[in-house]
Design a protein around this ligand. Structure first.
Ligand SMILES: *Cc1c(COP(=O)(O)O)cnc(C)c1O
Length: 653
């Protein structure tokens, strides 16, 4: 593909297309005339932030990279969009119920995120969902709107149930969703003891399965929810206790990132039937909670072919939910309930991204040898010619004989010759210099084959896939395990694009590796145009000039699931707000420094001062031996202690 990206036909439009920015960007991202990536935090038109200005800001503050940037206005815009969309669908269909969404805190529990969502959602009485005691502690303190819902999901012990009932004492609409039958009598008993009326939700285990990555978390064998016989038992129990009037909500959640709108319809259908039948059995149901699952188009392909894409919009989702529930209610002759959704991914994914610098690349070089080039370092000279042995000469002849007609056989011959040379090397009859020449010739052949393959329609089987194997590896200053754990764990795709030089053709096909010492610490699925590819086109590194990449749509789940692999820890974070008065249209409201070495070491039970003491003692001993000068020992000790206070990632230019 690289050959098709020449400077004469390159343009910013081509860059937009290649990285598919408009399609995954949902209106929040674009490219300006300088060739820099921009953010439109309130959608387009509206204020525009040049991400390179943010990069400069981060550098001026001596923060360094990687750095997470949160656009609080994007969060607000998503909350507004979701609520308005449901309201419009309700108005259009003449639906009788209202929409009361809740934000599932597990998606990102950070205070600034939850507070921003609540604030933007206040006009809509937007509520919060908790899936654990820790989350409920947050929700009880923050969600003070008596109209807004608090939904309690997840398995519950006595303390969890008491906390939920405490919420009722505060006058809040706290729904305890029964995930497991035994929770129900337990809740009723505690409510009586605390002298408070609980509000009860029943989670049903639907037989209809989600589609996409989370398919196995739904269906008859799912972990959460009540089976049909259990639902019947729950109703009986409520009747026995005269508590039917307390059951206000039915709930289901068939998994995250639903890729197919047909599944949404099926699921709503089954769920709505449950609602109608349970209502007819005497429960006082008012709310129909459709759970999460509203997806995000990370690829921008608008297709259910990819698990990181989907074939519907938020508008279609809301319309389908409203329409399906309305149809079922009409056919069952029951009132239309209020609609609740627990959309987390769709609210938060777009609002944050991670900015990182590339500090070098590994290239399967033109001159043969694999070599490393650093941002700021000249390329190495080729290996000087040694007197040629037979096997080297034969390899040279094979390579020289390459034509587009014999490329398959030539490749085959070269692989065999390379293997022969390896055998000779192992037997000690071929030197390291000769082996280097053989490998150099082989890589040169591969490069030529890639060139030939680009010009032909049908590629011989032997040489298929060579292009991706020969792709450069750009080394980026970040950890996949901390900042994109879902890419490592479940092959989730996150869009990546350069933050600048987008007015130049990106001529290097590359993959991206991180700085962990783990061969899984890499990214090898990217967006190219509207499809998924194993490489990404990047710009050649320039001497002494930093090169920046952004990874986008990382606002859902990634922050909180990131881990400490290799002790890299949490990354720096800046919170950006739109400001029309500012010449750059924004200001940084808050800086949250990432982990220092000290902090991550404490987390794995080391005492930094103890470590420093041990190093100092070892240095003192060397001073006594006369191996190190006393003054040098003092500065080395200082240096060690200073490193302890530093950022865990690579210092960048
Ligand atoms: C995780 C979860 C959600 C959030 O799902 P999204 O797909 O991120 O919207 C909602 N409800 C429940 C019960 C969950 O477990």
């Amino acid at each position: 593909m690289a050959s098709m990206r020449e400077s004469h036909d390159w343009s910013i439009d081509r860059a937009l297309q290649l990285y598919n920015i408009a399609n995954w960007g949902a209106g929040y991202f674009s490219i300006n005339q300088k060739g820099h990536l921009t953010v439109h935090p309130c959608g387009q038109p509206g204020p525009v932030i040049d991400l390179m200005d943010v990069v400069d800001d981060i550098r001026e503050r001596r923060l360094g990279f990687p750095c997470v940037v949160r656009f609080q206005d994007v969060l607000r815009s998503r909350v507004k969009q979701l609520n308005e969309t449901f309201r419009n669908a309700i108005a259009q269909h003449g639906y009788k119920g209202q929409y009361f969404g809740v934000y599932p805190t597990k998606v990102n529990q950070m205070r600034e995120v939850v507070e921003e969502i609540l604030d933007a959602g206040a006009p809509y009485h937007f509520g919060l969902e908790a899936g654990s005691k820790g989350e409920l502690l947050i929700v009880l303190a923050l969600n003070s709107d008596p109209e807004a819902l608090t939904i309690c999901n997840g398995y519950k012990d006595e303390e969890y149930l008491r906390l939920a009932l405490l919420g009722r004492k505060l006058g809040r609409k706290v729904m305890v969703v029964i995930e497991k039958l035994s929770e129900l009598p337990h809740l009723l008993r505690l409510a009586e003891e605390m002298n408070v009326q609980p509000l009860i939700g029943l989670r049903s285990k639907l037989s209809t399965k989600g589609t996409g990555k989370w398919e196995s978390s739904s269906g008859d064998f799912a972990k959460f929810g009540l089976t049909t016989p259990e639902l019947i038992q729950a109703v009986r129990l409520l009747h026995e206790k005269g508590a039917e009037g307390l059951a206000r909500l039915v709930h289901f959640h068939v998994g995250s990132q639903l890729t197919d709108i047909h599944t949404v319809k099926d699921v709503e259908n089954e769920g709505a039937r449950n609602y109608a039948k349970l209502l007819k059995m005497g429960l006082a149901l008012e709310y129909f909670d459709v759970g999460g699952g509203l997806g995000v188009d990370y690829v921008g392909a608008r297709s259910n072919r990819y698990v990181s894409s989907l074939n519907y919009t938020v508008d279609e989702y809301a319309a389908d939910v409203i329409y399906t529930v309305q149809q079922i209610c009409a056919s069952e002759g029951v009132p239309e309930p209020h609609i609740v959704s627990e959309s987390g991914r769709a609210l938060t994914a777009h609002h944050s991204c991670i900015l990182m610098n590339v500090f070098g690349h590994i290239e399967f070089g033109e001159n043969g040898a694999v070599h490393e080039a650093h941002a700021g370092q000249a390329e190495k000279a080729p290996v000087p010619d040694a007197p040629e042995t037979a096997v080297v000469r034969e390899m040279r002849e094979i390579v020289a004989g390459l034509t587009s007609k014999n490329s398959g056989e030539t490749y085959h011959d070269a692989v065999a010759k390379k293997e022969q040379a390896l055998t000779m090397f192992k037997l000690g009859i071929l030197g390291l210099e000769e082996r280097a020449q053989i490998e150099g010739l082989f890589w040169r052949l591969c490069r030529k084959l890639v060139e030939i393959n680009k010009r032909r329609k049908r590629i011989p089987g032997q040489t298929r896939g060579l292009e991706d194997k020969l792709a450069d590896q750009y080394m980026a200053n970040f950890s996949v395990f901390q900042s994109a754990p879902d890419h490592w764990a479940i092959d989730q795709l996150f869009p990546i694009a350069p933050l600048h030089r987008l007015n130049e053709p990106p001529t290097r096909d590359s993959t991206i590796v991180d700085i962990t010492c783990d061969s899984d610490g890499k990214i090898d699925t990217f967006i190219e145009n509207e499809t998924v590819d194993e490489t990404i086109a990047l710009h050649p590194l320039r001497e002494g000039e930093p090169y920046y990449l952004g990874m986008f749509l990382t606002g859902a789940y990634q922050d909180i699931m990131g881990d400490m692999h290799n002790l890299f820890g949490r990354v720096h974070e800046v919170h950006v707000f739109v400001d029309d008065e500012d010449p750059e249209d924004y200001y940084i409201e808050e800086v949250i420094p990432g982990d220092t070495m000290e902090r991550v070491l404490v987390r794995v039970q080391y005492e930094p001062s103890d470590l420093a003491k041990r190093v100092k003692q070892a240095l003192d001993a060397r001073v006594r031996e006369g191996a190190v000068k006393p003054k040098e020992s003092v500065s080395l000790t200082d240096f060690y202690e200073q490193a302890m206070r530093g950022y865990t990632y690579l210092a960048s230019i």
